[in-house]
Design a protein around this ligand. Structure first.
Ligand code: NAD
Length: 499
């Protein structure tokens, strides 16, 4: 896979690193369990060694992000994932025995997970440590060599990760390529055996196009508008606390942040009051609050301002709790937590992924209307539902399609090592984390160990020259599933047995 050349000229250095990695993969063969564990241990210890450097680099890139936030949202998840992978790797690497079709018994089936070769990781800037190192953990666990292209919008972190990785690993095993989007564009044309890309859907399409030239498979971790739906029976105080905390972490620059809240019109005033309380308590005076993260760039800040101006012009009410008498400018990159009341579908805040500290609040009058609102929009990366009623929770899970779900909270499905993480449709394709990450970066190879007797029966009965015995045997095998009459399929549900 991925060995066809394409016509885009490739920077020699980039291509050299790739060739070097490919040669090393062939030379050293697939790394066994002990070497992979050694690599994971090395990465773990290097993350600890570089912790302060990474915290400071992220802080510089954002203009301000508290060390606590980076520790909670980036360092801990990486460290915890390495520990989880180490605990399970031996089991994941085992050849699995599976049953075979009864006609082939007593032959045996095996599944073997094999490393793919050289994989490419393209990261986004919003969690610049997590989004490069977490795929790295999964790719190393699966036995691959890895090239990483961190985002140029978090340049200090990219340099810190490059230093860290080059200290820990030889270039032919893991290497970090820094540079602007032209470098990223060339990076995507390398004939990798797999690319995991995190970022916008616009660039995701370009990456997929470039990868298609080499038939390189891709995992695309994209974004979208993730709704937080609050049932009218649920405590607005708890829902507001969990939605606002998740929304304003990293100043809303989180792919799985709740993008907007869907609240019953009978409860919206109460919900807004509770949101105001939460914001004033958790994020007071944002212009000088050391726990509140800044926007990644003045351009991102101006985009927030434009989204809010557009909503206000279209009749929305803008509420900024806890930030009275403060000034916010594109230069200081602090954009305060902002509620948009009376948000409507025609406003930009309801058409684009916000990716910043603005929470539009949309009202619904019936539960079915709320579900329909979600289903008429592109499939989101995450969906949050607040309710205690199990049948309704089941209905939401069955009737909506999203990358992942957290019930009665936000974001926390993401760090679960046992849950696949990835989008669907415009929010992404493929998944990683835990075993799913190991599988994403592996070839799942099916193997049949043919039994001698079965092999000779098949040779005699089912291969030319065909005899009347072959016909009798195949007629017997076909007949087993035949019904007397041919039914006609209809989409209408039968009355019994379906709810
Ligand atoms: P982006 O698409 O601008 O950039 C992402 C990466 O793509 C960067 O490393 C950049 O260098 C690279 N790149 C740019 N042009 C390229 C090209 N032509 N070919 C190959 N690579 C190229 O995205 P962003 O602004 O960094 O990230 C924001 C988006 O990412 C949001 O939509 C957010 O929801 C999404 N996101 C998703 C996840 C997830 O896990 N699903 C996580 C974080 C962010």
């Amino acid at each position: 896979m991925g060995n066809q050349e394409n016509t885009v000229p490739i920077q020699p250095a980039l291509r050299e690193v790739f060739d070097h990695q490919q040669r090393a993969f062939r030379q050293y063969g697939p790394l066994g369990y002990a070497k992979r564990m050694e690599a994971l241990d090395t990465l773990l210890q290097t993350v600890f060694k570089y912790e302060d450097i990474l915290l400071e680099a992220v802080n510089i890139d954002f203009g301000q992000r508290s060390a606590s936030e980076t520790r909670i949202l980036e360092i801990f998840p990486v460290v915890d994932e390495i520990r989880f992978v180490k605990r399970n790797l031996h089991r994941w690497m085992q050849m699995r025995t599976v049953s075979v079709n009864w006609q082939f018994l007593p032959s045996r089936g095996k599944i073997v997970y094999q490393p793919l070769g050289v994989v490419g990781v393209i990261g986004a800037w919003n969690y610049p440590v997590l989004l490069t190192l977490s795929p790295l953990v999964n790719a190393l666990a699966a036995g691959n060599h890895v090239m990483i292209k961190p985002s140029e919008l978090a340049p200090s972190t990219a340099t810190a990760i490059q230093q860290m990785v080059s200290e820990a690993f030889p270039e032919e095993y893991v290497s970090v390529i820094t540079g602007d989007k032209n470098v990223a564009q060339i990076f995507a044309t390398l004939p990798f055996d797999h690319i995991l890309y995190t970022g916008s859907d616009r660039v995701g399409r370009l990456v997929m196009k470039a990868a298609a030239e080499n038939l390189t498979p891709v995992t695309l971790e994209l974004g979208g508008k993730s709704p937080a739906l609050v049932h009218e029976s649920y405590s607005t105080a708890i829902a507001a606390d969990r939605i606002c905390s998740a929304k304003f972490w990293n100043a809303g620059q989180t792919c799985v942040a709740p993008d907007y809240a869907l609240v019953s019109s009978s409860k919206v005033d109460e919900f807004v009051r509770d949101c105001q309380k939460v914001i004033s308590r958790r994020f007071p005076r944002p212009s000088c609050n050391g726990d509140y993260t800044h926007m990644i760039s003045p351009a991102a800040w101006r985009r927030m301002r434009d989204l809010v101006d557009d909503a206000e012009c279209a009749g929305a009410q803008i509420v900024r709790p806890g930030s009275a008498n403060e000034t916010f400018t594109a230069e200081n990159r602090v954009y305060p937590p902002t509620l948009v009341l009376g948000a409507e579908g025609s406003m930009r805040v309801m058409q684009e992924e916000i990716f910043g500290p603005i929470l539009p609040i949309v009202t619904y009058s019936s539960f079915d209307e709320a579900i329909a609102f979600i289903n008429t929009r592109p499939r989101p990366l995450a969906l949050y539902y607040f309710d205690r009623d199990s049948p309704r929770i089941k209905k939401v899970l069955e009737q909506t399609v999203s990358g992942g779900v957290t019930i009665n909270d936000c974001i926390f499905h993401l760090p679960q090592h046992t849950l696949p993480f990835g989008g669907v449709g415009p929010s992404g394709m493929g998944a990683y984390h835990g075993f799913d990450g190991f599988a994403t970066f592996s070839k799942k190879k099916g193997v049949l160990l043919q039994n001698t007797l079965v092999g000779s029966i098949l040779s005699r009965a089912f291969k030319p020259p065909y005899t009347s015995r072959s016909d009798r045997m195949i007629a017997f095998l076909l007949k087993r599933n035949k019904l007397r009459s041919t039914p006609r399929f209809t989409l209408a549900r039968k009355k019994q047995g379906h709810s």
